[in-house]
Structure formats: C-alpha cells, structure tokens
Design a protein around this ligand. Structure first.
Ligand code: GLU
Length: 416
C-alpha cells in the first residue's frame, strides 16, 4: 500500500498542535476538508474510442478566503493525494499571509499520452464539470504537476464562455496574453531560491559554491536550478522521470535547460560530461543542499538515514514522510518545509489575481519585489515560531499557520 499523504499531513499538523499545547477540539475542524467533488469525464479520443477519466476538486478550507490551489494531471492521482495537497494549500497560504483558503484539483491521467486536442477537450470538460465549485470569489485553480499555462488558458476560456464575459480572475498561472502575470511562471523557483539564500544567511553561510542536488526538472526544478546557478551555487546533480546526471565539477545548467526547453525532451537523451545516476542515488548523493522538486513521498524511512545533505529545501509538496522527518531531525539535517519553501508560486498567483480583479498590469520588477517581501517575511515568521516553540522549521511553519487559521475560526465564530 502506498503511504497515505493525507495521514502524513495530519501527523505533521498534530505534532505542531501538541508542541503549541492546543486541545484536539480546537483544531478538529481542520482535520476534515470542507467540500469534495468527484467527477467522471467521458472523452472521445482521437481514434474514436471513449475513455472515462476520474477527476477531483477538494476545498480543504475557506476560513481565510476563497479556495486556492493547483490542478494536477498525473496517472497516480487519487483522492488522498488531492485532499493532502488541498490541506497543504490552506497552511501554505496562511504562512505567506495571503487571503486564501486551500484547495486542489486533479485528473487521473498521464498528459504525455494525450494529443493536444485530447488534452484541450479533457480540460474543457473537466472545467465544465467543476464549474459550480470554482470562481474568482469561491475557488481559484492554478497549474500543478502535469498542467501548465495553456491548460489554465483553456479553463479561463471555458469558464468565461459559460458566463458570457471574460473572467480572468477564475484561474491563475495564465499566459501573459490572457491575463497572466509577469513573473508567475518562474515564481515558485524564484521563491525556493529566496528561501535557500535566507536559510544560509541564518547559518552565516553563503550560497556561492554550495553543492546542490535537485530532483525533478519540471517547472519548479528547472527554474530553481537556473536561479541557484545564477546565484553562484554549484548544481552537481539533477534528475527527471528518466533518471539523473551527476558531475562533481558542476552541471552546465544553461545547456541542460536549453536542451529540455525543446519540446518533451527528457534527460535520458542529453549528452555531456557527467555520470548517469538513478533518482534514489540523487537523493543520497554527497551534496550540501538537497532540493526534492518532483513528487511526494520521496524521502522515507527507507532512505532518510542515507541522506548526506545538511540542508533540505522542499520545493515539491510532501516529499518527506513523517517517519523520515524524525530520522532527519535526529541527524540534525535542517529541513525547510514545502509549505514555506514552495509558497512563491501561490504568492504570485495571488498577485496575478489581484491584478485581474483590479484591472492592473504590474511590471516584472514590481511582482518580483512583492514576492521577495512576502517570502522573506514568511521565512522570518516561521523562524521566530521555531524559536518560540524550540522546534524545527516544519513544526514552526505549521504552528504559524495554525495560529492564523484558529484566529480566523475564532473571530468568525465558525464553531458556533
Ligand atoms: N500548484 C502550486 C502549489 O502547489 C501553485 C498553486 C497556486 O498557485 O494556486 O503551490
């Protein structure tokens, strides 16, 4: 049986709640999502066959604002993945202090196996199916693993066609031509980089020359690699679903990114001066900073003991199991948790939504400056909470979010 990511989330929340001395009753409501929608989508494939795809949209919490969170297209998507990812969005938005709750959607599909036409029709039918659930004041989707700005543009168009007028604010992560924000595409990687540099500063260390290994070369992994490379870090290993590459001298990141940019290319076809490694070898390689930027449940009780990095920055959602987290803690590995480290994406989603609602168009510097402020403040507040409760950064992050969520619950009187 696959590790249940929602159970993993609950364990992290319970741990922080107990460190804070909360009564179980105070946070009981947060153990349950507010709403879950399951849809079955029949689709005529290009060859005439009919396939039925399963999809979800889960709203974990709207305590602090409308639901917010990405849409994942992946063949292994199940309700517990989406439930966990929705709950993590609630905590993430609370940590960066933006006025959103948490939500997530997904389709059980391998998008690489669909033609562009099939992907578009599936996306439009999924949008119609979840239409009563979403909206600029209700729940605002965004990209996640397997989806992208093109998918968001189709969602915006389908929603708008149903309403009869353009509704840019229904979805974020759109292309610039249709209400997207400058800086959104790179925002998660930029945020991870800001957090990595800030983490080193608290240790009186510099990013220059630090040996970094990155698992995953999707949007988050590749933009993080690019920004860290530009900041002077030495990226010694990167990987994707086809496996990884390792070079003690440092990988030529601009060259790798240039290669991957050309279509659906995988690292297995890339040639250069390096050795090939597997994804598990990447996680265990000798490096200063490990950045899991792929899927959940990568660092588990099976490999946590073999991790050599002193710092882990979680760019993926849920890459570390609770059991592994305890092992890393006992080895004094500094883990900067997902709900802080990768919050730059949703932070700039918020900036995109604000521009859409107000009819504003900010330049890229304005967006990046705001992102930098949001991430730096969130890092400092998580750090302060870790100091206050004498705990690690993950517990500090969960504690900060719990404080904000429970304050909203109390003021609104939702338990009445
Ligand atoms: N999918 C991203 C995340 O997990 C972004 C969500 C958003 O922008 O709403 O944080």
């Amino acid at each position: 049986m696959r590790n249940n990511p929602y159970e993993n989330f609950l364990k992290f929340m319970h741990k922080a709640a107990s460190i804070m001395g909360l009564e179980p009753n105070e946070y009981l409501a947060l153990e349950y999502p507010e709403r879950e929608l399951k849809v079955y989508i029949p689709l005529k494939m290009d060859d005439g066959r009919i396939n039925v795809f399963e999809g979800y949209r889960v709203q974990h919490s709207t305590l602090r604002g409308p639901g917010k969170g990405g849409i994942r297209y992946h063949q292994n998507v199940e309700i517990n993945d989406i439930r966990a990812l929705a709950a993590m969005m609630t905590f993430k938005c609370a940590i960066v202090n933006i006025p959103y709750g948490g939500a997530k959607g997904g389709l059980t599909v391998n998008p690489r196996e669909l033609s562009m036409g099939e992907l578009e029709r599936l996306t439009r039918k999924y949008t119609t199916a979840i239409m009563p659930f979403i909206g600029p004041e209700k729940d605002i989707p965004a990209p996640d693993v397997g989806s992208n700005s093109q998918v968001m543009d189709w969602i915006m168009d389908t929603y708008s066609a149903n309403k009869g007028y353009p509704v840019y604010g229904v979805v974020t992560g759109k292309d610039i031509d249709v209400g997207g924000s400058l800086g959104r595409n790179e925002a998660t990687g930029r945020g991870v980089t800001i957090i990595a540099i800030r983490t080193l500063q608290t240790l009186n260390q510099d990013i220059k020359g630090k040996r970094v290994a990155i698992q995953g070369m999707g949007n988050v992994g590749s933009t993080t690699a690019n920004f860290l490379h530009q900041s002077g870090a030495k990226i010694i290993a990167v990987s994707d679903v086809s496996g990884g590459i390792y070079s003690e001298k440092g990988i030529d990141i601009p060259d790798v990114l240039n290669y991957l940019d050309k279509g659906r290319n995988l690292l297995e076809g890339y040639k250069g001066d390096f050795v090939r490694i597997t994804n598990s070898e990447l996680l265990e390689c000798d490096c200063d900073i490990l950045i899991p930027a792929a899927l959940e449940n990568q660092i588990t009780e099976k490999n946590a003991d073999k991790i050599k990095a002193g710092i882990i920055i979680e760019a993926a959602n849920g890459p570390t199991s609770e059991e592994a987290d305890a092992i890393l803690n006992s080895k004094n590995v500094l883990v900067v948790p997902d709900i802080l480290a990768n919050a730059g994406g949703v932070a700039v989603s918020y900036l995109e939504w604000v521009q859409n609602l107000q009819g504003l168009l900010w330049d890229e510097d304005e967006v990046n400056d705001r992102l930098r402020k949001i991430m730096s403040k969130a890092f400092d507040e998580v750090y302060q909470n870790a100091m206050e409760y004498k705990c690690n950064m993950r517990n500090g992050a969960y504690a900060l979010a719990l404080k904000r969520l429970l304050a909203a619950a109390q003021k609104r009187g939702v338990h009445a």
